[in-house]
Design a protein around this ligand. Sequence first.
Ligand SMILES: CC(C)(COP(=O)(O)OP(=O)(O)OC[C@H]1O[C@@H](n2cnc3c(N)ncnc32)[C@H](O)[C@@H]1OP(=O)(O)O)[C@@H](O)C(=O)NCCC(=O)NCCS
Length: 171
Amino acid sequence: MSLELVIEPMRRRHVKNVLNIENAVHPKPWSSGVFSSELDLVRRGERYYVVAFLMGELVGYAGSLYAVDEAHVTNIAVAPEFRRRGVARALLHALASEAVAREMTSLTLEVRVGNKAAQELYREFGFAPAGVRHRYYENSEDALVMWIHDIQGAEFRERLDRINATHGSRT
Ligand SMILES: CC(C)(COP(=O)(O)OP(=O)(O)OC[C@H]1O[C@@H](n2cnc3c(N)ncnc32)[C@H](O)[C@@H]1OP(=O)(O)O)[C@@H](O)C(=O)NCCC(=O)NCCS
């Protein structure tokens, strides 16, 4: 069993443990049916989902959808007891690298305006705020829309390499 952080593609057999985290962290959690249909779309090349294992335990997951030349981060979460160990950074790095490999031109996501932890993580990757969707969550909290344009450029590739070099082995 690896003591290191291991990132691998999400499979149906992971969904039960993914749901434990999803139910614990999101106010409106996705159902197993949503994960199942997302995994169907992975097979069609329209989605990419990864899970993170620490010491054999599934501790986080993340995914993205592809729309023409844009990759949208759809979900990212880490079990509360395994936070601040670089798990989300490694998951996001995997999503970003895959988007580059698939020749997407940009990366985008929505985040609650009050979710400063996630915004801090996204800033590290170069996401910049581009606007606000009012009452996006539960018809009450606003969403900040964040973008990274030109993920094929040298600057973004160097950023990914730098993040990997600085934090790649941290668990
Ligand atoms: C946001 C979330 C995914 C971060 O997961 P994590 O594994 O703890 O994040 P990492 O350890 O990879 O953090 C990477 C960097 O992000 C920033 N960050 C993460 N959590 C932070 C916090 N609570 N406060 C401030 N900065 C934070 C830091 O810059 C951190 O680097 P550092 O630890 O070297 O300072 C996690 O808190 C979570 O699951 N939250 C609930 C679900 C959620 O909000 N998802 C995002 C929806 S848009």
